[in-house]
Design a protein around this ligand. Structure first.
Ligand SMILES: [Cu+2]
Length: 153
């Protein structure tokens, strides 16, 4: 009895596509550390911007303002805590030396929705790790396909 070769060919095609995909995974350009001057405005009950994205190694020079009442700014993972009153801006520096996602949240009770006043700082990606992960996923997929091919042969 002859086994159909179609599934094997299909799997090999997928494997080939995965290899091509691996070759096409863009090598992220190396980012020299940058200094970002960032203005963050706090108001009931949000930060503007509510999301910051930088690369690991960058420095953030933050100017924090409040446009209505007194607010706070606590950055998880970096232990930065600032308090800002309307009309009096606060400045502080963050050295983004840890990659990941870190919430910044209001640390001054400013009203009923105060607990939901949360923003997000994204530091990264850690480029070599990101690339290694992509290759690992592709390798795992290739192994699964290889195992499937052996079983059907
Ligand atoms: Cu608040």
């Amino acid at each position: 009895m002859q086994t159909s070769k179609r599934p094997v060919i299909a799997r090999r095609s997928v494997l080939l596509l995965l290899v091509l995909a691996a070759l096409l995974v863009p090598v992220p350009a190396f980012h020299a550390p940058q200094t970002h001057r960032i203005s963050i405005d706090a108001s009931q009950f949000e930060y503007s911007p509510g999301r910051l994205t930088v690369n690991r190694g960058d420095t953030l020079q933050v100017t924090l303002t409040a446009s209505d009442v007194v607010h706070g700014f606590f950055l998880d993972g970096y232990e930065i805590d600032a308090r800002v009153e309307p009309g009096i801006s606060q400045q502080f520096t963050v050295s983004a030396d840890r990659s990941g996602k870190f919430n910044y949240r209001c640390s001054v009770s400013c009203g009923p929705l105060h607990p939901f006043m949360i923003g997000e700082l994204v530091v990264g990606p850690n480029e070599p790790l990101w690339r290694a992960s992509a290759i690992a996923v592709i390798a795992a997929a290739a192994m699964l396909i290889g195992a499937g091919t052996r079983r059907s042969a």
